[in-house]
Design a protein around this ligand. Structure first.
Ligand code: NDP
Length: 498
């Protein structure tokens, strides 16, 4: 790993040495920050303009890779949420809510095109504020965010043919609360279907990653959407609570932890507000002995180390068929030796920074619990930068189903490895979780894929691949992973009167 501030993780913690050739290094290949101009202070985006918060409060958002403060961001209080909701209501009643779908589509296309035109700017900003590798923000987050606007622009004038009746009606004002793991992409997942169906929005980004949503607000202003159609209120959990509880909001869409999802459900019970929840997960990535091993290894790496494991559908439990478990683990470890952890803006970086000190503490304590409960912990030799929040890719073998690391969502680069002998045992172990968001199956037998997909209690089942997303493909969970779907025709239903 490059950079003079690197300090190696203690050898005992990280496992084996790299051996000969260990000092061979890539040259740094940093993406330039110059394309992004970050303001020192941001207001709230309300009624088509950036305004100072009535609360008078601001907070700092920091670069998790360096702990450097990036900007001072407004903390929306109750009065600010009131203004944003009132503005969304006006836009719903006077402009956006009454506009024909073919007109709404033009605005959505415009937003999609602007995201593409400013893709580098969005990608660099996202990596700075979130800590994710630039190759992921550049190749996944930003293109998918644009794709969501394009896809939903296509629906806006065809809702009458989507199976919801000849003239489906929007719900009204949507309050949308999103997490920090895919800040821009989650904003697109929430805003695009709501706008396409004629709703207006008040969106609250996560406290630690507000900047790409504020850049999106600029794009929305430049695209000329009627004022109030989209309002963006930054702040911490209190702002989210105020928005959820606001009587002027007709529908809540939330992505985040199961714990907060339950609080929201309690808060709006009996109010008649519509609700969709996209919550946590503890997905099984199941590898059978006839799977192509190298391909499966890539899928396992992508499943749990993509975005530092900050992914609700991460393949955090590897279920390996016993007859190939040792081979699979050996090849996986060899592959992990080649991953590069470090500067998120370096184009060669595979693993970026953990998004916040709080999240790092949570991962560290769950990994310690894994060791205390008898799991065998392994990480490649992986120097960690001295500043910022970092956690090495970590694999626990010898894990049993009762271990906390096999049951709780870690939301970090930590893989728990379990084994199975028969497909029945694989299904039983995979389904032994309060969650039900996603799963992966690796086998060369098509019939086995279909039979596993039928029996796995997961909203999404990937076969011989992992973490594939497309705006046309519905995404969502069962049980404690939430309810409602985002994406595809099913995702439109959440924003229409049924
Ligand atoms: P939260 O669920 O707390 O945060 C998600 C969003 O909800 C944020 O915008 C947050 O604001 C907001 N929020 C917090 N409290 C409330 C409330 N009472 N009412 C309304 N909105 C609220 O997740 P955290 O960021 O705290 O992460 C904690 C854990 O949750 C992680 O370790 C991970 O396990 C899990 N998680 C799961 C995600 C998923 O997609 N499944 C996404 C994010 C986290 P603020 O940012 O200010 O807290």
């Amino acid at each position: 790993m490059g950079g003079e501030s690197a300090s190696p993780v203690a050898a005992g913690e990280t496992g084996r040495d790299l051996g000969a050739g260990a000092d061979w290094e890539y040259a740094p290949a940093p993406e330039s920050r110059d394309i992004v101009s970050i303001q020192s202070e941001y207001g709230l985006f309300v009624d088509g303009d950036f305004v100072a918060p009535r609360s008078g409060e601001h907070f700092a958002t920091v670069n998790p890779a360096s702990e450097e403060p990036l900007a001072s961001v407004a903390q929306a209080g109750q009065d600010d949420v009131d203004l944003a909701v009132a503005s969304a209501r006006r836009a719903y009643e006077r402009t956006w809510g009454t506009m024909p779908g073919r007109e709404r589509a033009k605005y959505l296309y415009r937003i999609a095109r602007a995201i593409q035109e400013r893709a580098r700017e969005f990608a660099v900003l996202e990596s700075l504020d979130n800590g994710k590798p630039i190759k992921e923000s550049r190749d996944v987050d930003v293109p998918l965010a644009a794709a969501h606007f394009f896809y939903h622009a296509g629906w806006a004038d065809k809702l009458g043919y989507a199976g919801f009746g000849p003239d489906p009606r929007p719900i009204g004002v949507a309050g949308q609360v999103i997490p920090w793991n895919f800040p821009l992409l989650m904003a697109a997942w929430k805003l695009a279907p709501a706008l396409a169906t004629g709703n207006t929005c008040v969106l609250k980004p996560a406290e630690t990653t507000p900047l790409s949503a504020l850049l999106l607000a600029q794009v929305i202003a430049e695209a000329g959407l009627p004022p109030g159609t989209v309002n963006i209120v930054t702040g911490d959990g209190r702002t989210g609570r105020d928005l959820v509880a606001h009587p002027g909001v007709d529908k809540i869409a939330f992505t985040g932890s199961t714990e907060v999802g339950k609080q929201i459900q309690r808060a709006i019970a009996g109010t008649g507000k519509r609700l969709t929840l996209e919550l946590g997960g503890k997905a099984a990535n199941i590898v059978f002995d006839d799977a192509p091993v190298d391909q499966a290894v890539e899928g396992i790496v992508n499943g749990i180390f993509f975005n530092q494991g900050h992914v609700c559908c991460a393949g955090s439990r590897l279920l390996a068929q016993e007859s190939i478990a040792d081979t699979l683990l050996d090849r996986l470890k060899a592959r992990l030796e080649t991953l590069r952890l470090g500067d998120p803006l370096d184009k060669n970086t595979d693993i970026g920074a953990i998004n916040s000190r709080e999240q790092l503490d949570k991962i560290t304590s769950l990994a310690a619990a894994g060791e205390a409960e008898g799991g065998e912990r392994w990480s490649p030799v992986c120097p960690l930068p001295a500043r910022g929040y970092w956690f090495p890719p970590t694999v626990f073998s010898g894990v049993s189903q009762s271990h906390r690391i096999a049951r709780e969502e870690i939301f970090g680069p930590v893989l728990a490895v379990l084994t199975f002998r028969t497909p029945e045992e694989a299904v039983a172990k995979a389904n032994n979780t309060p969650y039900g968001l996603s799963a992966g199956v690796w086998t060369e037998k098509g019939s086995r894929i279909l039979s596993m997909a039928q029996r796995l209690r997961a909203g999404v089942v990937w076969a011989n691949t992992y973490n594939r997303f497309d705006p046309a493909s519905p995404f969502g969970g069962y049980q404690e992973s939430g309810f409602g779907r985002e994406g595809g025709r099913a995702g439109l239903a959440a924003y229409l009167h049924g």
